[in-house]
Every structure is written in C-alpha cells, then in structure tokens.
Ligand binder design. Structure first.
Ligand SMILES: Cc1cc2nc3c(=O)[nH]c(=O)nc-3n(C[C@H](O)[C@H](O)[C@H](O)COP(=O)(O)O)c2cc1C
Length: 185
C-alpha cells in the first residue's frame, strides 16, 4: 500500500478476531518500529510481546480505571471498551531504555509506535494505541512490575494488534485551513 494512502486510511481498531498474528508479520511490523527516527539516533526501543490473557486483561482493567479516575468516565463503559481491546491476540509493549535516550525516550517511542500502527494497517491487520493505562503513575508502575521491567526501561505505549473484526469508517480531514498558521501564531 502506498504510504499516503496508508496514512489516510488507518483507523484505530478495537475489536479483534481470535486468530494469532503470524510471527513473520510480527517481525515485519517490529522492523518498521525499529526504522523510526530517534533523538541522536539513540534507538532506545525494546518490545515485549504479550499474549497471556491474564496480563492483557489486567492492563485493560488499569486502562479502564485510569479513564474512570482521571476523566470521570463511567467505569462500566471504560471496562467494556478495554475488555474488547484485551481480546486482541497480541499486545506489543513499546518500551524505551531511558539510559539510551534520557530526554526524548517518549518521542522516540511514539515515533516507533506510529510506524507499528501504519505497518499493521499495511498488512491488513487492526491495531490501537493503548495509552490510558499510563495516565496514572500507580498504574504504569504496576504494569512495569507485572512485566518484570527494570527501572531504567519505561513504557512509551502498548499496541493491541490482531485481525480486525470491524473495519471503522474512514475519517474526513476537513479542518486543514484552521490548523495552519502562516509565519507566526
Ligand atoms: C497517546 C495515545 C493514547 C491512546 N490511548 C488509547 C487508549 O488507551 N484506548 C483507546 O481505545 N484508544 C487510544 N488511543 C487511540 C485514539 O483514541 C485514536 O487514535 C483517536 O480516537 C483517533 O482515532 P483513529 O486512530 O481511528 O484516527 C490513543 C491514541 C494516542 C495517540
């Protein structure tokens, strides 16, 4: 798929079939993650591949709790949203070594995450960036502990990945004019 078409047609997918993502596709997607730009070419990325349903469920639950505690959304709704996401056959945890990129690890991790989302879409897979569990420090800490991560490794994002059950409608970008400032604000 051509790059601009890929970008224009990617949507977040939050509903997945059970089928596993083939290892060759996972490898291809992660290689695209590793092609991302990074500050001073620090390349701080490491990936944790999580299939364990209990772990995915717990991460989903913490995401639901974060939205409930921070955004005051109804817990019933947020739980439903994240229970579906946790049905994705694979979670890719995009982690960054903060010793390799002490200032810009979040940016580096985000660049890799976007590459991963686009690569997944290009292969006909569905994916969503799962950031809510990291909105509260106590939840990030619990997830790091759950995944056995050392202190100097931080999580930039989690990508839930699988075959899409539903293909969301394409979005129109209609606000380009309002988003541009010429020369200064
Ligand atoms: C930093 C970040 C965190 C996100 N966290 C979540 C999340 O926890 N759960 C979720 O369902 N979607 C999450 N998303 C996806 C956004 O909700 C989604 O990108 C947005 O609604 C636009 O939809 P689209 O991706 O289909 O264009 C996140 C996206 C970003 C960039």
């Amino acid at each position: 798929m051509e790059a601009i078409e890929n970008i224009n047609t990617r949507r977040s997918v939050r509903s997945f079939e059970e089928d596993e993502v083939p290892p060759s596709q996972i490898a291809e997607i992660l290689r695209c993650g590793l092609r991302a730009p990074s500050a001073s070419n620090g390349r701080p990325w490491e990936f944790i591949l999580v299939k364990d349903q209990n772990v995915k469920d717990r991460i989903g639950y913490l995401g639901a709790r974060s939205l409930y505690e921070r955004k005051k959304r109804r817990l019933k709704d947020t739980k439903e949203q994240f229970e579906k996401i946790a049905e994705a056959p694979l979670f890719i945890v995009v982690a960054c070594n903060t010793k390799k990129s002490p200032i810009f690890w979040r940016h580096d991790g985000s660049a890799a995450t976007q590459n991963i989302l686009l690569a997944a879409h290009s292969l006909g897979l569905g994916a969503v960036w799962v950031g809510a569990p990291f909105a509260l420090k106590k939840h990030s800490n619990e997830i790091k502990k759950l995944l056995g991560m050392p202190k100097h490794i931080e999580i930039a994002s989690i990508v839930a990945l699988g075959s899409p059950k539903i293909k969301p409608k394409l979005k129109q970008v209609t606000d380009l004019k309002k988003k541009i400032h010429y020369e200064r604000w």
